[in-house]
Design a binder for this molecule. Structure first.
Ligand code: 5BU
Length: 267
């Protein structure tokens, strides 16, 4: 059975991870597979934009370490907005160290990521210990992890055998790893009995990239042609001239992502 032609709700029913299940359910309920990356650096702007975007998104993606005036009130407020609008929070931390170190980075320090972020991600480069370390902290809190199987940027080294080995690593840790950050669903890697979620950054309707190596594809390319599940859009949404335009752009990307999903499942 291909997950490509199933609805998010059908996939929610057979997913054993509480976090993935919740995500798949709210996507169909809110009719959105859009995640917005709010990469702005002031607390008040993040909160204001998150409240505007709430109805349009399934996942709010953060880079908490770019916030200039960070305090725990920011994440408390984001948690309240996540409840109000029904979305999940994904701190795009890209952990990349040995298990013992990432445990501390995930649980403690200034940001205490595990206490407020439903989902986070990690590079598989250090080997499986990174998953084990993060899992010790995250699993008791019902958190979930995405592995970075591929990146959107030009010249990325995450490709070929590295990407295939990443999938294998995930298959050995399906209690905590719910999917990948990647550019393509990996069809040709043997069995697809495990339903992984694919979240895809590098999505834009207006431009092909930026001056620092970012590369953009359209929601249709990502969802229909590459078989991914969630589009992640940053500047394409928050880089608008005012709040009214942010809202318009969010709806435009939500609709583009949703129409692509409907086309894929044949509805
Ligand atoms: P943009 O403004 O839509 O280009 O922002 C993309 C976001 O996704 C930004 O927060 C990046 O850190 C993030 N990202 C990415 O662009 N490409 C990747 O492969 C990964 C993350 Br992983």
């Amino acid at each position: 059975p291909s997950f490509l032609t199933q609805t998010y709700t059908e996939r929610a029913k057979v997913n054993n991870n509480a976090c993935a299940k919740k995500l798949l359910e709210l996507m169909d309920k809110k009719k959105t597979n859009l995640s917005v990356a709010i990469d702005v650096t002031k607390k008040a702007d993040i909160i204001r934009i998150a409240d505007i975007l709430g109805p349009y998104i399934c996942v709010l993606k953060t880079h908490i370490d770019i916030v200039e005036d960070f305090d725990m009130e920011l994440v408390e407020t984001l948690k309240k907005l996540a409840e109000k609008h029904e979305f999940l929070i994904f701190e795009d931390r890209k952990f990349a160290d040995i298990g013992n170190t990432v445990k501390h980075q995930y649980e403690g320090g200034v940001y205490k990521i595990a206490s407020w972020s439903d989902i986070t991600n990690a590079h598989p480069i250090p080997g499986e210990g990174i998953i084990k370390g993060l899992k010790e902290v995250g699993l008791p809190l019902n958190r979930a992890l995405l592995l970075l199987a591929e990146m959107s940027s030009k010249g990325s080294l995450a490709k070929g055998q590295y990407t295939l080995d990443t999938i294998e690593m995930a298959k050995r840790n399906t209690d905590f790893v719910i999917g990948f950050i990647g550019q393509n669903r990996i069809y040709d890697n043997g069995d697809d009995s495990q339903d992984f979620l694919y979240l895809t950054p590098g999505v834009g309707l207006e431009t092909k990239g930026d001056s620092l190596g970012q590369q953009y594809r359209t929601p249709h390319q990502v969802i229909v042609e590459s078989g991914c599940d969630i589009i992640i859009v940053g500047r394409g949404v928050y880089g608008a001239k005012d709040d009214a335009e942010i809202k318009e752009r969010a709806e435009k990307y939500r609709k583009a992502g949703w129409d692509a999903y409907l086309e894929r499942i044949g509805q």
